[in-house]
Design a protein around this ligand. Sequence first.
Ligand code: GLV
Length: 307
Amino acid sequence: MVFWFNSDRERGRVFAEAFARELPDLPFVMDVSERHPDEIRYVLTWTAPADLHRFRNLEIVFSIGAGVDQFKTETLPSNVMLVRMVEDGIARMMQEYVTLAVLALHRNLKAYIVQQAAATWRSLPVRQAAQQRIGILGLGMLAQAVIDRLKPFGFPLAAWSRSERRVDGVDCYHGSDGLTPFLAQTDILICLLPLTRETQGLLGGALFAALPAGAALVHVGRGAQLDHDALIAAVDEGHLSGAVIDVTEPEPLPPEHAFWRHPKIILTPHIASVTQPETAATAVIDNIQRHRAGLKPIGLVDRSRGY
Ligand code: GLV
């Protein structure tokens, strides 16, 4: 029984140390050719290796990322479990980034950066936090972590999820009927949804039109959820006041893409949240121990839902 770490060696060294300490009976390899394919029981990887079917005794594929849309789940053998990365380091980084983005939009940071470049000293109107309504698309682990971090600022908080959820201090909406009323009362929309057939292209013209005039977007979901032309149109018409975008399709964007130089868009290169090897190793080890004890791994993907 062997664990195969199929990712970068730097993070691999951190994992190898943690595995040697916590699971000394489970051999850990970064180079799979060192072992007979039948020995591989677990793999940690960003996406499914093309020859996955060679590993006939594989039981769990661990995603190195929080998202699993990069796996073609239909090509994974049906007896193999796919597990998302659920670890504290990702959640902490997402809390930082979304707080940064919300405050940047709330306090007009991009406009001041543009003014600075033009040597313009001018104050802009600012709303009180109690008047800035935040709406989060998604209510998974990352969204809940973000909500905890945003609460002390005093923004009114709402969230939308596919199925019904309740979170203390958050106005919760759900299902397709709940989406329009949720959007109608959202000034800063944060997308933290997984990429699925239903969420592909969701951030488009119809959704933007359902937001109040002057609303803004923070996009930390997946690139393919956002219609770039629709966003530029909504911002240029003045219906949306700005956006902070961390994920795009494609990545990276071509040099001539309008997001790079848009005066109302802040663009970052998919860095909002990155798996942290120390905490991720603990999460994966914990899941292997759960699996050995006959328990379901945390973050097990429901293939019919796609996350
Ligand atoms: C990054 O986007 C991830 O899925 O962890």
